[in-house]
Design a protein around this ligand. Structure first.
Ligand code: MG
Length: 378
């Protein structure tokens, strides 16, 4: 029986993780979870899983929850997320939080010697070097949940590092892949949220449409697999069947294929090195691959640049994007406004090498705040 702490239980990855736990009651026990804004969703989770500890967004309805679920310890806000990973029982932390708020719980989980199944991209984008150091210092293992990284992880298993020529991360291209840049002028939030292949949360769906998602993923891959950016390629693959590939020096290419269902990579991170039973038949249709067009997707080109520069720049790019996506969802800027903000913010920032965790957290906050304040004033 594996104990699970689930951060972000009401989000897309969170809900799918709950499905897997529910389907495998003899393998997993949910000990703690962070809940969302919707009381109905929260009630459903709390009544279905007798949690030992749960984190609420605010203390507004704390008394109500406490009265209704007297056996659960309730914690609050970002501090509460830390309380969950600090809970004095072993277990696997599933970090399915969206945004930079996911960084600190990962750091603390490692220091608590809890292994991590990571869906939160920001953790590695913002602080990949520090996280790798902590993982080593505390002998903790991190399992990727992102579908592409799960695929690459599986293709690289039992291979020698020096035999790897390159890896390829595929991209579906998101909601606007068939539009040219001129046609992007009038697209709406609703259009951007209509992903052709995957059912995901709003942030990552918008990031797919701008290709920022793939940009964050190459930086994630760099830290996960310790590969230089020259060896991390991206390719447009509209069918989302091949999630990742690895090329080896003897001419062998290994690919990992599967239907576009996040429950497969989530389950693998939870059950590794075993595989769970999840009947899904892959209908192998015609697969297409296209070279990536960096003029069409400037944020992907920016991410390669930012990743190579390292230091605080990945945090700056991530923070600018997080703020810009929020403004776009609130209809305060246009779709192309996201790119403008991210590119301008990165360009204007004076980089700092080897940042501390405090530098990273502070920069994330100040960049997001200044962008939000500027556009909300207008
Ligand atoms: Mg992905």
């Amino acid at each position: 029986m594996k104990y699970i702490y689930l951060l972000g239980a009401t989000g897309s990855i969170g809900r799918q993780t709950l499905d897997i736990i529910k389907d495998n009651p003899h393998a997993f026990k949910l000990i703690g979870a962070s809940l969302g804004r919707n009381d109905k969703d929260n009630d459903q989770i709390l009544s279905e899983f007798p949690l030992e500890i749960a984190c609420l967004r605010t203390n507004e309805k704390l008394n109500l929850y406490q009265k209704k679920y007297p056996d659960t310890t309730f914690t609050i806000g970002t501090e509460g997320l830390i309380d969950i990973v600090k809970y004095p029982k072993p277990g696997l932390v599933v970090n399915a939080l969206s945004g930079s708020v996911g960084l600190m719980p990962t750091v603390v989980a490692i220091k608590q010697k809890k292994n991590i199944a990571l869906a939160n991209k920001e953790t590695l984008v913002m602080a990949g070097d520090l996280i790798n150091q902590y993982l080593k210092d505390y002998s903790v293992t991190l399992f990727p949940i992102d579908s592409e990284h799960s695929a690459i992880w599986q293709t690289l298993a039992h291979e020698r590092f020096e035999d790897i020529e390159k890896i390829v991360i595929t991209a579906s291209g998101g909601a606007f892949r068939d539009l040219n840049r001129d046609e992007l002028n009038d697209v709406t939030v609703e259009d951007a949220l209509r992903h052709p292949n995957w059912s995901m949360g709003p942030k990552v769906t918008i990031d797919s449409a701008t290709m920022m998602n793939k940009g964050l993923e190459i930086i994630e891959a760099h830290h996960l697999f310790q590969l230089p950016y020259e060896k991390i390629e991206t390719m447009l693959h509209k069918e989302s069947i091949v999630h990742g590939m690895a090329y080896f020096k003897d001419g062998t290419v290994k690919a990992s294929l599967g239907v576009s269902d996040m429950r497969i990579p989530i389950a693998y991170a939870l059950t590794y090195p075993n595989r769970s039973t999840y009947p899904k038949t892959l209908d192998l249709k015609q697969l297409t691959f296209q070279a990536m067009d960096f003029d069409r997707f400037p944020l992907l080109a920016l991410a390669y640049h930012v990743g190579r520069q390292g230091g605080l720049l990945p945090t700056v790019m991530n923070a600018a994007n997080e703020a810009a996506v929020k403004l776009f969802i609130e209809e305060k800027i246009t779709f192309l406004g996201i790119e403008e903000i991210v590119i301008r913010t990165v360009r204007q920032f004076k980089n700092k090498e080897n940042p501390t965790l405090e530098d990273i957290l502070e920069t994330d906050q100040s960049i997001q705040q200044s962008i939000i304040e500027y556009y909300e004033k207008r």
